[in-house]
Design a protein around this ligand. Structure first.
Ligand code: ZN
Ligand code: ZN
Length: 358
């Protein structure tokens, strides 16, 4: 499930994610401040200013006001043991440090064991609420994708067909269901194009393999939604098929039409959650759609190589899919790739010139 950090930190996240100067200054430049020089204040849901600068560069042995909230966050996402550990105190102890190191590693952050700005920003950021499971990597492993414990997948006859349906009762009224269906068809199609699995919409909600609905608050599965900018959505590993979106969010299909600064791209979330439904957990690869965080008004609708390799390790490859076609589309749509190719061409030409004339 995607979420913004809940309760007191929700508006912290808003500020980081809405592109405030605080947010972009942090992302465009390395953290050069120290705790004594910087006071990063944010507003919580109660409209009270809180200062998170005390977190920065705090280390083992220190007592940090508000640290218990981070402990609860780490506990929520599987980084702190569920038993025999008191998450309500503010001491930066060895267990918390270990959780922080694990978190930095899983989110692809610099692994320092300290609460640096980048780490605190990531904790505050919008993210999926599915815990970040860890899969033991073999030595020299180059893959980032992660499966759920036990590597669950849909076990059906090949060619595999999975049906999906929308709840008639739990919908949102500011988007047309026909438009929502187009978005989901496209999202399912992204995965279907790389694995030999078809997704077919059905009206039979009760018997559909994947059941999609927009829910508010506590909706009976032990994972309550928390209103605007908390938990955004969640889905479950195979073969549950439950796909729930928080009805309190401002879901957007077209950012030209939906101007809210906290609008969340429906298709990006749909693609991410379908990855969970198929058996992928969170990847530490920031390019992957299975990366745990997503900012409001951001779109991430193209499967990365890591996503494709992960899902194909579960289901095999769609016979019509080639990595060559992926590369071609990357080159045609990715300015960074274009830039790298142009740079490479120039370097080659200069080298040839030297070889010929020097
Ligand atoms: Zn997720
Ligand atoms: Zn739910």
């Amino acid at each position: 499930m995607f979420l913004f950090l809940t309760n007191h930190f929700s508006l912290v996240i808003n500020i980081f994610l809405l592109g405030s100067p605080l947010c972009f200054a942090a992302r465009s430049t390395p953290p050069t401040f120290t705790p004594k020089q910087t006071h990063t204040t944010v507003v919580n849901q109660d409209n009270k200013w809180i200062d998170v600068s005390g977190f920065f560069y705090s280390q083992k042995g220190s007592h940090v006001l508000g640290l218990s909230k981070l402990k609860k966050y780490f506990h929520r996402f599987g980084y702190l043991p569920s038993q025999d550990y008191n998450v309500s105190h503010n001491t930066f102890d060895a267990t918390f440090e270990s959780a922080g190191i694990h978190y930095q590693s899983r989110l692809g952050l610099p692994v320092t064991g300290m609460l640096e700005f980048e780490t605190v920003s990531k904790i505050m950021a919008a993210r999926c609420g599915v815990p970040d499971f860890h899969t033991a990597q073999t030595l020299h492993a180059t893959k980032d994708y992660v499966f759920f414990p036990g590597k669950p997948r849909w076990a059906r006859h090949v060619p595999m067909k999975l049906t999906y349906a929308f709840s008639k009762e739990y919908l949102i009224n500011y988007l047309k269901i026909s438009d929502i269906k187009v978005v989901f068809k496209r999202a399912f199609g992204k995965w279907a194009s790389v694995i030999p699995v078809s997704f077919i919409e059905t009206d039979d909600y009760g018997f559909a393999d994947i059941r999609i609905g927009f829910y508010s608050g506590d909706h009976g599965d032990g994972e309550p939604f928390d209103g605007v900018l908390g938990v955004l959505a969640h889905s479950f590993s195979p073969e549950s098929g439950k796909f729930h979106l928080d009805a309190a969010e401002t879901w957007a299909i077209d950012f030209e039409m939906e101007k809210s600064p906290v609008a969340v791209d429906l298709e990006s979330v749909a693609i991410h959650e379908i990855g969970h439904l198929l058996g992928l957990a969170h990847s530490p690869n920031k390019e992957a759609v299975m990366y745990a965080t997503l900012k409001p008004r951001d779109k991430k609708v193209d499967l990365a190589l890591d996503d494709i390799q992960g899902v194909q390790a579960l289901y095999g490859s769609n016979p019509n899919f080639t990595f060559g076609s992926l590369l071609e589309s990357d080159i045609s749509t990715n300015p960074a790739v274009n830039l790298r190719i142009r740079w490479f061409m120039w370097a080659t030409l200069i080298l040839l010139w030297f070889l010929m004339f020097m």
